[in-house]
Design a protein around this ligand. Sequence first.
Ligand SMILES: C[S@@+](CC[C@H](N)C(=O)[O-])C[C@H]1O[C@@H](n2cnc3c(N)ncnc32)[C@H](O)[C@@H]1O
Length: 278
Amino acid sequence: MNKLLRNSKLLSPRRSLFPFPFIVTRCHSTDLLENSISNKDNRLRLYEEKYSADMSTPFSPSVKAAMDDLAKQTREQFGNAHMMIPETQGKMLHQLVQLFSVSRILEIGTFTGFSTLAMASALNDKNNKLISLERDPKPQALAKEYIKRLGFEDRVDLRLGSAMESLSTLVEEMPQKQYDLIFIDADKKGYVPYYDFVMDNKLLSDRGIIIADNVLFFGQVHRIAGYEEKSIDEVSKNIRKKAKYAHEFNQHVLNDTRVQVMVLPLFDGVSIITKKRV
Ligand SMILES: C[S@@+](CC[C@H](N)C(=O)[O-])C[C@H]1O[C@@H](n2cnc3c(N)ncnc32)[C@H](O)[C@@H]1O
């Protein structure tokens, strides 16, 4: 293993889920299984991912330092730190916020705020806002700490509680408000209800985008859909269940004539959904 990787903050020797001791884990779910989408021919893409992160324009020094610290704290304090999006995905979200001149963001699934910081750091007007929903107070407290550290308190509104309830509250509080970027990254079972709520309540602005994460959950969703003969018995029931929810979500969106969707085999699978324009 090269020195760069060994020292990488993306990689941690603490929670290796692989049978061999020298393999390190990164902070994302796709590291879990030999049959993850990011692994063709049993080849892990950790090196490519680290390389891609290093070859992508860095976050500003203060944001990068905060995100590195946050990722480290998350790995130290949370057994499920793999839920954080990878750094390159954070850069993608950051760039999309800039590209689409996003001024209002709705995030469903804050966790410790890694993706929150990635997106909030791209908002460039004091009136721009990111609202992020989380039901668990512990990771939310860590997110709050880092939002404060970066002075983002005015632009980020963290809401605690079940996402569905928070969504209803948001509509009651601000009935006309729309969002230019909606990032869905919470419980997989909730994806269809969150998506329906967003669409039915017209929360997405006309030129807005919905980004849904983990739509190829652990490389198992296409198998649930029957695209590969290899058995999925080797993965846990929990992963299978979530892969099934992800497949149901993907079908649901594809069949929704109001939108167009692109499912990208990047990271753990990312869907980009926009309103149909023709
Ligand atoms: C995959 S993590 C989010 C990761 C985060 N976007 C990041 O990149 O660091 C999913 C989060 O959604 C939260 N969550 C799950 N079900 C929820 C629900 N029904 N309401 C609100 N939050 C929920 C979990 O507690 C967890 O923190």
